[in-house]
Design a protein around this ligand. Structure first.
Ligand code: FAD
Length: 334
């Protein structure tokens, strides 16, 4: 059981900055994200896009902003659970909270901050008859730890950046990599596509273009993937793992079941402190809604600051909190 002052659901830019604001008040944070990396939409959807509306930065690349946020919060030593979705949230009699994840991790927290953006990113699944039977038994929708695939036979399916990047990376790790793509050309970066064609020419990977996943085989665990080629012939390839990488789509998911006030897939909050209708649970960033709400990083940062002051009072109702600037707070973050 992980114990913390604040459990932050979502490690996007807003969840990350909340660690800084809470840290100034000496509150410890644990963050949980369904994705295997931090950064939310910035790292997942547009890592290379420049952002022009972060105060003090005329321009900053999205991934660079995430990296800077990680540096900024490092002095407060936040802890992370990545690649796991928060499914359960229950309030205890003493006003604290118990959270549980899709992988069974449990967290006990004084306060819960939902910084879940558009919701948790769920994988787009290929339509194959017996897919569910092999989920977690050979079928993985994201690469959490590349070492899992060392000396294994893997089939990757997809034509975007994730499929290309992991094919290139895992070609050095796995025993055998097969990349299946339904078209002749890729959607991902030209540079990565060139590298994949090069690896195929050097026989370092097997590249199956104009091909589709057909069905899976195995006795409890995955043993083979059947793939249809351009001539509609079904060929069989031995495989320990199938990694379909067809993109992710955000879903509100379990948040909808936590008795929170919801309006059009967003959590209704009080703009005084971004608290929800459940005392001790706050919602900041893209996941919340209120009159005049703007889904901007900068607005989420402001919400994180106000939330932290209120969270402190919720955890320590008897302690007086006087607002000070970072430079005179007795804390040197860097
Ligand atoms: P997110 O970044 O969405 O992060 C939320 C995280 O919560 C995700 O990683 C998700 O996996 C996780 N999560 C959700 N539910 C769960 C759960 N149950 N369990 C575990 N984890 C969960 N904004 C700007 O200010 N300037 C810009 O220039 C700009 N450009 C943009 C360009 C594009 C193409 C897009 C799509 C958005 C852009 N935005 C921009 C908007 C900006 O990205 C969002 O406002 C910002 O990402 C919100 O941050 P967040 O931390 O609230 O949520």
């Amino acid at each position: 059981m992980i114990k913390t002052d604040i459990c932050i659901i979502g490690a996007g830019p807003v969840g990350l900055f909340a660690v800084f604001e809470a840290g100034l008040l000496k509150l410890k944070c644990h963050l949980i994200d369904a994705l295997p990396q931090v950064g939310g939409q910035l790292s997942e959807i547009y890592p290379k896009k420049p952002i022009y509306d972060i105060p003090g930065f005329p321009t900053v690349n999205a991934q660079e902003l995430v990296d800077n946020l990680m540096k900024q919060i490092a002095p407060f030593k936040p802890t992370f659970t990545l690649g796991e979705r928060v499914d359960g949230l229950t309030k205890q009699e003493d006003g604290s909270f118990l959270l549980s994840t899709s992988d069974g991790t449990e967290v006990h927290a004084g306060v819960v901050v939902i910084a879940a953006g558009l919701g948790s990113f769920e994988p787009r699944k290929p339509v194959i008859e017996n897919l569910e039977k092999f989920e977690g038994k050979g079928v993985d929708y994201m690469v959490k730890d590349p070492e899992k695939y060392r000396d294994k036979k893997i089939v990757i399916a997809g034509g975007g950046d994730s499929a290309l990047d992991w094919t290139i990376f895992l070609s050095e790790v796995a025993k055998e990599v097969t990349l299946v793509h339904r078209n002749q050309t890729f959607r991902g970066a030209l540079d990565s596509a060139d590298k994949v064609f090069e690896l195929a020419q050097e026989n370092k990977i097997r590249l199956l273009l104009n091909s589709n996943l057909h069905s899976l085989d195995g006795d409890g665990v995955l043993k083979a993937v059947h793939i249809t080629d351009q001539a509609s012939t079904v060929n069989t390839f031995e495989a320990d793992y199938l990694i379909p990488l067809f993109g992710l789509s955000p879903k509100l998911g379990p948040i909808a079941d936590w008795n929170l006030g919801i309006d059009k897939s967003a959590i209704v909050v009080n703009t005084e402190d971004y608290s929800t209708n459940v005392p001790g649970i706050y919602a900041i960033g893209d996941i919340n809604t209120y009159a005049g709400k703007l889904k901007l990083i900068l607005c989420g940062f402001h919400e994180a600051a106000l939330m932290s002051q209120s969270a402190f009072k919720y955890i320590y109702p008897d302690q007086k909190l006087s607002f000070k600037y970072t430079t005179v707070n007795g804390i040197t973050p860097l």
